[in-house]
Write a protein that binds this ligand. Structure first.
Ligand SMILES: Cc1ncc(COP(=O)(O)O)c(C=O)c1O
Length: 470
């Protein structure tokens, strides 16, 4: 019997958690939105239409000048937005411009297996393998025991990790906490896996008692489990050791489960956080992934996926057309991304990354403390730089600071480019605007106890309880 959901094919299950809100920043220029039936409709104002050049190409100079002017405006816009991007975990402190600008002249493509050559010679495989090796060492797996590749992002990593699990256990049941990223549920849908959604605590951490109960309902089937090393909205880190212990308590031996660790953001930060649980292939895990454009700061989306070599052998196929083997999700693969990753990791090293992680943790505590001092509901998980707080009541403000929102909460993810100066600017504006939204105390702030716990809620009721407890 399956737990809280049944097979996707039946159409009965909700593969995303209840209350999941796909919204966030409203689309620019109302280009795409949902109508009342939930159908996606387009009513775009096309400001950047592509037009046909004159047949005689006489006005090429004018065209190029018009394009340059449009691009210059765009550059200003992106620059301005870069300084106010608080809600999404991307490190915008990029430092490769001068050294790597020349790469744009080349169409680098790493299609196929990074460890095997290809007839497409304009590739960056050597850099890719250098990056993979760095991560393999970080996550404690020997050179001859691992396989991996640089993906197009955290989503592709999840698609790959979950696919490996399903290939090993075709009849396995997939378990993921309700706080998992939407790509996790998308993977389950795409692979038509039976998916069981596990409860989370208010912090966002997986509830292992609930996991155990659901595992026990499905004892006859192997388990494929997604473990979050930093959830998207609350920055919660699942307790990997407790998940493994729970599996064993439910009588799942190591040959009957597969664990994929989704470390999109914190996968690279955790090794540099004191007291953080260790992500290591010395534990019975199958794959670990991290996004490359998040904390590391690659200018194009990318990710790193590491798994065990013996899992991959069965999935890999010879492809004559590219004269390589393939066990990846896509065909063509970004050849620029591995070089950006290689460059940054080489430049910063463990010492540089550790320093950045510590600064982010410090700045996140600074933001949390200031919000709390202002009487605003706020939560910051230990080991996290994701500061969760009451949702600002003005969508214009949300859009201005590019905050990510879900229900009654919003968050700021403190990345290396988010300085205390930027946080002060944000806080000062929030405090002024909030007193307008709350009409100088006439309107009460929303209760967010169900989202972030009573102890973090500053609504009038919980404020009284919390202050009497201190
Ligand atoms: C926990 C988690 N997993 C996966 C992803 C997907 O990563 P990407 O946007 O790189 O596809 C995200 C993105 O925010 C995430 O937070």
């Amino acid at each position: 019997m399956i737990g809280s959901t049944v097979g996707v094919e039946s159409g009965e299950i909700e593969s995303v958690p209840k209350g999941y809100n796909p919204g966030g920043i409203a689309p620019e220029n109302e280009v795409i939105s949902s109508d009342k039936t939930g159908e996606v409709v387009h009513h775009a104002t096309i400001t950047h239409a592509i037009t046909e050049p004159d047949a005689d190409h006489e006005n090429t100079g004018d065209r190029k000048a018009a394009m340059a002017s449009l691009l210059a405006k765009y550059e200003t816009l992106v620059l301005e937005r870069t300084n106010r991007l608080l809600g999404y975990p991307v490190n915008l402190d990029l430092d490769h411009g001068t050294a790597l600008a020349w790469l744009q002249r080349f169409s680098l493509n790493n299609a196929g297996d990074p460890f095997i050559g290809s007839n497409y010679g304009v590739n960056s495989r050597q850099f890719e393998v250098g990056v993979l090796d760095w991560f393999a060492k970080l996550w404690e797996i020997e050179k001859h025991e691992y396989w991996g590749y640089v993906t197009n992002g955290g989503t592709e990593c999840n698609l790959h990790g979950i696919l490996v699990g399903r290939e090993i256990y075709p009849d396995g049941i997939f378990y993921a906490s309700q706080d998992s990223h939407y790509s996790v549920f998308k993977s389950a849908r795409m692979y038509r896996m039976d998916c069981v959604i596990v409860d989370s605590h208010n912090s966002g951490v997986i509830d292992c008692a609930n996991l155990k109960a659901k595992l026990l309902l499905n004892k006859d089937k192997p388990a494929i489990i997604n473990v979050n090393i930093g959830t998207t909205v609350k920055g919660a880190v699942d307790d990997l050791d407790l998940v493994i212990k729970t599996l064993k308590e439910a009588s799942f031996s190591e040959d009957r489960f597969y664990i994929h660790c989704d470390g999109a953001l914190f996968g690279i930060m955790m090794p540099f956080v004191e007291r953080a649980p260790k992500i290591s292939f010395k534990k019975p895990i199958g794959s670990v992934s991290v996004s490359g454009h998040k904390f590391i700061g690659c200018p194009t989306p990318c990710g790193v996926q590491i798994t065990r070599l013996d899992h991959i052998t069965a999935m890999s196929r010879n492809v004559e057309y590219i004269a390589s083997r393939d066990a990846t999700i896509t065909g063509s693969r970004n050849g620029h991304a591995p070089i950006f990753l290689w460059y940054t990791l080489n430049l910063k090293g463990y010492g540089g990354l550790r320093k950045e992680v510590q600064t982010c943790l410090r700045n996140a505590i600074y933001l949390k403390d200031r919000l709390r001092a202002e009487g605003i509901s706020v939560m910051l998980n230990e080991l996290s730089t994701t500061v969760v707080f009451e949702r600002p009541q003005d969508e214009e403000f949300v859009r201005h600071w590019q905050l990510a929102c879900q229900g009654n909460i919003a968050h700021v993810v403190v990345m290396p480019n988010i300085t205390t100066k930027i946080l002060d600017e944000f806080l000062n504006e929030l405090i002024i605007k909030r007193s307008i939204w709350l009409q100088d105390g006439k309107v009460q702030p929303t209760c967010v106890a169900v989202d972030i716990g009573k102890e973090n809620c500053a609504c009038p009721r919980h404020k009284v309880i919390n202050s009497s407890n201190t």
